[in-house]
Write a protein that binds this ligand. Structure first.
Ligand code: B12
Length: 428
């Protein structure tokens, strides 16, 4: 059944301009994020299912952007999903299609057709088989959470077993779990809890969700609103929004979380996409029960839609920019011949870590050359000094400052003068 999308205008009018009751964000923040997210959609860029999902959950009225993204994602699905797309990526595609009222079992584009649910089921089975044999999924537990949530929302088999595995991992993790991973698992378990009839499964899921969400509430109280870091807030808020019955009679003071996120200037579409639904009191659990887009033809050009897209802060052109010095080290003690190098790099103040690495590589390419890939969260460093991270070995280049892992990627993080950044070849 097709219903009209919840108009953001009406919703915002209902919310009013100040903090409304319940978990409703200030109007200005919601409309700014929505506009920037719409503006991030480009004709020639690789489409992001999380962005379409968020726009649909937020009830965008920009049909041109919705239509463009949907077509791009369908093409991506028929071209890439049958061959090697990771389980979590298939799951995100399914969620984006569901939120657009499309049938994920019959995705058609470019004269091809694909059944994404069948593929998702297969990939999830592979994740679970890996967990059984090796103790870890084929990709990550975060992706298993996404897969399980998606299978559950579509009612396709396998999600119950996956939920049991996720619950066990939440209750006694084999390695520390990030807030993001726990939050995604909570969304999946809340869905399964609502669907399963099995008493012992329900009890297990209840115990796991209750433990995680109470932990989130404790952390929020201790850290003045923050749960994990600023980039995990979107998913943590979605988890708390969906799981009220599991921490009842305790209450969630969501205005505290809202004040933390409203103070941050989000730049990355992915960060906005995970946060926006939570600001409207919605979660990924709503993806399959959404009002459908009306399908009216695009009335605005994409150029119109791209207003408000903020470019990274430019370094002032007219004023002289001060230079800073950053120490940059690369270390591998994990694979092949060990190495460790360190250099001092001078860059204009306000430069990103990516720029620091580029300057290091220009000055000494034999040591500091590196390669990157553009992915959903921006620029990911895939290899340094000829050594590449690998999903099979679960290796990657981790970035640290003063021993702490950076909370942003190299394209966003701006080192301070005198800071020592380490890239360490690590496992996850
Ligand atoms: C799993 C995960 C990882 C895994 C990915 C392994 C894998 N093969 O799947 C590993 C451990 C490698 C990883 C590394 C890093 N991660 Co990470 N990661 C996640 C997590 C929990 C889930 C991502 C995911 O699987 N999505 C589902 C799949 C289906 O979608 P996808 O688009 O294919 O996902 C890919 C990208 O997300 C990419 N990726 C993962 N992390 C990062 C980080 C950056 C900066 C980039 C550009 C890409 C990237 O790897 C995924 C798999 O290919 C997210 C949490 C979240 N809220 O999204 C954090 C998250 C994306 N990671 C984050 C960070 C900070 C990092 C690191 C920079 C940490 C560090 N100090 O080194 C590094 C990247 C360094 C580099 N080499 O450039 C932040 C990004 C915040 C930001 N503003 O940029 C997040 C949001 C966590 C957080 N709340 O802080 N990560």
């Amino acid at each position: 059944m097709l219903r009209m999308p919840l108009s953001l205008g009406i919703l915002l009018a209902l919310l009013g301009s100040s903090w409304a009751q319940g978990c409703a964000a200030p109007q200005a923040l919601v409309s700014e994020l929505l506009q920037r997210l719409e503006g991030s959609v480009l004709e020639d860029a690789s489409p992001d299912p999380s962005v379409l999902l968020a726009l649909n959950l937020a009830g965008t009225s920009n049909r041109a952007v919705q239509k463009l993204l949907l077509e791009q994602l369908k093409e991506q699905a028929v071209k890439r999903a049958p061959h090697g797309m990771a389980s979590g990526q298939v799951a995100l595609l399914v969620l984006a299609l569901l939120s657009s009222c499309q049938d994920p079992q019959q995705v058609q584009a470019l004269g091809l057709s694909v059944d994404l649910l069948h593929i998702l089921q297969q990939r999830t089975d592979e994740e679970l088989a890996n967990m059984e044999v090796e103790g870890v999924p084929r990709t990550t537990l975060y992706s298993v959470g996404l897969d399980t949530l998606t299978l559950c929302l579509t009612g396709v088999g396998g999600y119950q077993e996956a939920s049991v595995e996720l619950a066990k991992e939440l209750l006694s993790p084999s390695s520390p779990l990030s807030v993001d991973t726990q939050a995604m698992a909570v969304l999946a378990l809340v869905c399964t809890h609502g669907r399963t009839e099995l008493r012992d499964v329900r009890d297990l899921l209840q115990e796991a969700v209750s433990m995680v969400t109470n932990g989130f509430l404790d952390e929020q109280e201790e850290k003045g609103g923050l749960i994990g870091n600023i980039y995990s807030m979107g998913l943590a808020m979605q988890a708390l929004e969906s799981a009220g019955q599991f921490y009842s009679p305790r209450q969630w003071d969501c205005s505290q979380a809202l004040s933390v996120v409203s103070e941050h200037h989000f730049q990355l579409p992915m960060a906005m996409a995970q946060l926006l639904p939570a600001l409207l009191g919605r979660t990924y659990l709503d993806a399959a029960s959404l009002d459908c887009p009306s399908g009216s033809s695009a009335s605005r050009s994409l150029l119109d839609a791209s207003i408000g897209m903020d470019a990274p802060d430019p370094i002032s052109g007219s004023l002289p920019v001060e230079s800073i010095t950053v120490q940059f080290s690369i270390t591998n003690r994990l694979q092949g011949k060990p190495f460790s190098y360190s250099t001092m790099v001078r860059v204009p103040d306000g430069s990103t870590l990516l720029r620091v690495m580029e300057v290091a590589a220009e000055e000494n390419p034999a040591v500091y050359s590196f390669q990157t890939e553009q992915v959903s969260w921006g620029i990911m460093v895939v290899s340094i000094h000829g050594l590449a991270g690998n999903a099979e070995d679960r290796t990657y280049w981790q970035f640290l400052s003063g021993g702490d892992a950076l909370q942003e990627g190299v394209g966003l993080y701006k080192p301070r003068d005198g800071e020592h950044i380490q890239a360490v070849f690590s496992t996850y």
